[in-house]
Design a binder for this molecule. Sequence first.
Ligand code: CIZ
Ligand code: SF4
Length: 310
Amino acid sequence: VDVRLDLFAEIERLKKEKNAIVLAHYYQEPDIQDVADYIGDSLGLSQQAAKTDADIIVFAGVHFMAETAKILSPQKKVLLPDLKAGCSLADSAPPELFRKFKEKHPDHLVISYINCSAGIKALSDIICTSSNAEKIIESVPNDQPIIFAPDRNLGAYLAKKTGRDMLLWNGACMVHEIFSLEKITKLKIRHPKAKVIAHPECEAAVLEIADYIGSTTGLLKFSQKDDAKEYIVVTETGILHQMQKENPGKTFIPAPPNNACACNDCPHMKLNTLEKLYLCMEYEQPEITMNEDLRIAAKKPIERMLEISA
Ligand code: CIZ
Ligand code: SF4
């Protein structure tokens, strides 16, 4: 007998049996995106997590994203296919060090990018994502000094864009920092009509040559409404799946990393697989659990964000 499981069918069955919803980030592998009930960036996913009436949220993304879902929906079971799916950016801001930094600047308001641990969220006044960061910064009075954490590239980009002189925490994402300006420029010479579209977690030199800069959802929307035929995509490669699906007539070229050993796939995101997704639904683990005081403290700045970006 053929004992191989049809994972797609099994996952659909488990969704119904357990009243579970599968939320997937755009950086997940194509099979996971195809089986998801909702695909989004971190803002969209947190909004879905806050409003779903499913009993189980299966979060195909990285740990801080599943943790955000748990913070917003504590009564629900939140599962992450691989608990080791972390984030180099979130790891670049250890809460104890950040607390000391914050204590040195007591008059500053703290705006943190959602790519951070619950510990950092609890030390923040407002959370933002790359989709709503400008709006969040502009909601703060002009004379109010701001600390922006944890991404220095996004922070520098936003400081320039909004004209606000923010104090930046020195963190970065390993994936968005490996793009090579030189290699993108060479690629551009071979594809002179291609537009360069980049995520603001990239370094300033790369953003300088971009035709469009935007959040994950922003890049996807731009690729739909823009009329170029070719794009050089400077972000994690997972997003290419939806870009290609929605624009069959266009060509999307992943921007090359700075050396042959580097890779523009997020190794954390790619720890999740369809097999692990199935297993975590079947056995209802690994499950995200949190200390309740930490959860309440981390929830406040996320709610402020959801209110401002509603
Ligand atoms: O780099 C990431 O993890 C991003 C861009 C997440 C998101 O959806 O904003
Ligand atoms: Fe973190 Fe970067 Fe991976 Fe996003 S792409 S999850 S910021 S390491």
